[in-house]
Design a protein around this ligand. Structure first.
Ligand SMILES: Cc1ncc(COP(=O)(O)O)c(C=O)c1O
Length: 171
């Protein structure tokens, strides 16, 4: 079962076609806590899906609260940080760094089309989960790989994010 913030990006909701989903009000931690308690023992895998920085209104997820509630209910947490990567946090590692929560989110996705000025994207998760995605994610199996030019461009952007903090600070 996927418990999704009502403001998550369309790309995530499209990826959920065929998955059981429940909509949770935007940043409504209290309701999420109640629903996860009520659904206890009903589903094999439960995942909460949020954005780091919301594209519709620019506000932030209440990430530390989501981490706490997901841990309490033994539920996975996935965060789309398309608007956080390269921008948020002291070194641009995104919303998790901003909240001092690096390493505490099970799955972080991001795009190279925004702060990286490129195309493509990434999923950061455990080795086991990445292995699973390599074999079972249609977007990986049935789609062409990133070209070397694009990969190099994304790497250059990453280098700039790491070495030119003044650009981020100005933003
Ligand atoms: C929150 C969020 N996630 C994902 C995407 C998709 O990014 P891309 O267009 O690079 O696939 C966007 C694009 O607007 C976005 O705002």
């Amino acid at each position: 079962m996927a418990y999704i913030d009502s403001y998550i990006h369309t790309s995530a909701t499209s990826g959920l076609i065929g998955t059981n989903t429940k909509h949770i009000g935007h940043n409504d931690i209290e309701y999420l806590d109640v629903i996860l308690e009520r659904d206890k023992g009903q589903y094999q895998t439960r995942i909460v899906i949020i954005d780091g920085v919301y594209s519709q209104n620019g506000d932030l997820s209440l990430l530390p609260d989501y981490i706490r509630v997901c841990k309490k209910h033994n539920c996975l947490l996935m965060m789309d940080d398309a608007h956080g990567i390269g921008v948020m946090g002291d070194t641009g590692k995104g919303t998790a760094e901003y909240y001092d929560c690096l390493g505490k989110v099970d799955i972080i996705t991001g795009t190279f089309s925004k702060s990286f000025g490129c195309v493509g994207g990434f999923v950061a998760a455990s080795t086991k989960l990445i292995q699973y995605l390599r074999y079972y994610a249609d977007s990986n199996v049935f789609s062409a790989a990133m070209t070397p030019q694009v990969a190099d461009s994304a790497l250059k952007a990453l280098e700039l994010i790491n070495t030119r903090p003044e650009i981020r600070k100005k933003l």
